[in-house]
Write a protein that binds this ligand. Sequence first.
Ligand SMILES: [Zn+2]
Length: 356
Amino acid sequence: MAKVMIFMDGSWLYSTVRFLGEDFQIDYGKLPVVLAKLLGRKMGGIPVDIVRTYMFGSNAINYQNSDEEMVKRRKVFYDILREEYGYQVEVFPVDYRGRRLRKKDRHPDDDFSPEEKSVDVALSANMLYYAALNSYDIALFLGGSRDYVPLLQKVRLLGKRVAIASIKGSCAFELLDNKDSKHVRDFDVIWLDDLTEDIKAVNEERYVECRSPMHEGPNPILTDEFVRKNRPFFCKECREKMRAQRYSYNDDEFDIENDFDDESFGNRIINAGDVYRGRIKRLMDFFGFIETPEGDFYFGMDDCAHGTDFYSMTEGTPVEFIVVNMPNKRLRGSRGNGKAEEVSVASNDESDFSEE
Ligand SMILES: [Zn+2]
């Protein structure tokens, strides 16, 4: 029996999966199993035990509201890995300081470039730590960046085997080199390109109930979308209505001159990722606003925590939530709203915010 730990460079994977085919979707439940089986075969048919699957990734904070869908898709992706497939996911924030995510959407004179820190350091620290603790026999690295060459070398110096899985066209030469002149691996590179039939997500159509009371037409509906086991399902039409209603309500045009920075933002007491508390101020059909001493936060019907029903809340309900974006007090009205997620009804009516 060989123990394998899988370390995935999530930022790399998220942006390179498209090389596997247009609209290709990986079945993240199957992926570790397929890779482990293949490793077992490469070692002469011995059974392989997957000790743990790590995914290290990043996501934007302090981005402009127009990019919310993009950020949300990535957040749901990480959540699904955690909740549905038991991955250990570590996500690091990338601060966009109120800007758009894509460079082409930013002001031409804006020389801002987002800094993705911590992902490679966290992956490396974990792979080395568990090697030193003898927690695995084989480190299976899924990625493609040459930045990991020193890491893979060191792990091998600790007597561990290293396997690399990657995608053609986005793998550094040092990793795929047939001669392995950098001594980074013990097996030929496993190409996901050759495994597409085994790791492809097949979403079969089935009937699922849309949980929005505003839903129109027959319900349940036929869908091939991924349905998360512990979350209410909202159909595409209802999600589109939510978006349309939100943007007609919330005009978020935003001038670069209005951009804020840490120094001038005042004594901020909350940060993205913090748990914060407030009261439901207003509820629309598909979204609502939370009032706090730091300003108002927007949240959608699909931003509620596991076990919290958006449609059971009323105005005045005390809630707790995770801060995605801070309110920007320089922007008037709804444009300056913050963004909340994992909203849940607070267990006790705590009105004293000074302890936060
Ligand atoms: Zn619906």
